[in-house]
Write a protein of this length. Structure first.
Length: 263
C-alpha cells in the first residue's frame, strides 16, 4: 500500500508538471498570435526583432487605455467636434494647405484611404462645386456632399478598374493619402506595412496625375523611408516633408509632398 501511495504521488506530480508546461505554451502561443495575426506575405519581416516583440506585446495592452484617454482629451479632437470635422486629421491637411496651397477651387482630387472622410471633407470645401473629389477606402464611409466614394481595396484588379472608370480620361490635379496600417506598436511589423501603403499611394499618383500635378501622403520615418523619398523625388520637380502641429510630436509620422509631377 505504501508503494502504491508513493506511485500515486509521483504520478500526480508528473501530471501537475505537464499542466504547467501546457499553460506556459498557451501563453507563449497567445503572444505569438498577437504579433503575427496581421502579417501578410507582402510584409518584410525582421526576424531578429520578433522574439523581443513577443515579450513586449503584453505591456502594450495597458497603454491602449492611456492612449484613449489622451485621444479624448486631445485639443484637435475637441476642435474637430466643435468645427464639425470628421477627424482631427483635418487640421493636418489644413495646416499644409495654409503653407503650400495645394488645394484650389475647381481642382480634381483623389483621396486614398479616405475614411472617415476628414480629408475629403476639407478638399470638397476648398475645390467647391466646380471641382471634383473622389475618395476610396476599404472601410465604409458616410456620405459626404460633393464627394464620390468607392469602397474597396484598390490593389484588387476589379476595384482598381472601377476606380479608373470613375476617374475617367482626364488626369487629376492632386492625389492625397492619409493611409496608415492598424498599428501594433511593433516597428518590425508596422514600418514595412506603412511603407507598403505609401508606395501604393505613389504608384497610384504616377498613374493618374496630370503633368505638373501634386502628391501628398503620410509616411513614417524608419527603414525604407529614405529609399522611398529618393524614388519619389525623381517623379516631381520639387519635394518637401511636412510635420503639422496636429501630428503628435512623439509620432514618426510625416507628410511627403511632391509638386510638379513629371508625367
Amino acid at each position: 500500500n505504501h508503494h502504491h501511495w508513493l506511485q500515486f504521488v509521483a504520478n500526480c506530480a508528473q501530471l501537475l508538471t505537464l499542466c504547467c508546461i501546457h499553460l506556459v505554451l498557451i501563453r507563449v502561443l497567445k503572444r505569438a498570435r498577437i504579433v503575427l495575426k496581421r502579417y501578410t506575405v507582402r510584409d518584410r519581416i525582421d526576424p531578429s526583432s520578433i522574439k523581443r516583440e513577443f515579450f513586449l506585446a503584453k505591456k502594450r495592452s495597458a497603454s491602449s487605455g492611456a492612449w484613449l484617454r489622451e485621444h479624448f482629451d486631445d485639443h484637435y479632437v475637441k476642435q474637430a467636434q466643435r468645427d464639425g470635422y470628421r477627424s482631427r486629421a483635418c487640421y493636418k491637411l489644413l495646416e499644409i494647405q495654409e503653407k503650400d496651397r495645394i488645394l484650389k477651387p475647381g481642382m480634381s482630387v483623389l483621396d486614398l484611404g479616405a475614411a472617415p472622410g476628414g480629408w475629403s471633407q476639407v478638399a470638397a470645401e476648398i475645390v467647391g462645386g466646380k471641382g471634383r473629389v473622389i475618395a476610396t477606402d476599404i472601410l465604409e464611409m458616410d456620405t459626404l456632399a460633393d464627394v464620390e466614394f468607392l469602397q474597396g481595396d484598390f490593389t484588387e484588379d476589379a476595384v482598381f478598374e472601377e476606380l479608373l472608370q470613375i476617374i475617367g480620361d482626364k488626369p487629376l490635379d492632386l492625389v492625397i493619402s492619409d493611409m496608415a496600417p492598424n498599428m501594433s506598436g511593433m516597428s518590425a511589423v508596422d514600418q514595412p506595412r506603412s511603407m507598403y501603403l505609401v508606395e501604393l499611394a505613389l504608384d497610384m499618383a504616377r498613374r493618374v496625375l496630370r503633368p505638373g500635378g501634386v502628391f501628398l501622403s503620410k509616411a513614417f520615418h524608419g527603414e525604407g523611408y529614405e529609399e522611398f523619398y529618393r524614388d519619389m523625388k525623381g517623379s516631381f520637380e520639387s519635394s518637401v516633408t511636412r510635420k503639422p502641429k496636429a501630428s503628435r510630436p512623439r509620432s514618426r509620422e510625416v507628410y511627403v509632398l511632391g509638386k510638379g509631377f513629371k508625367a
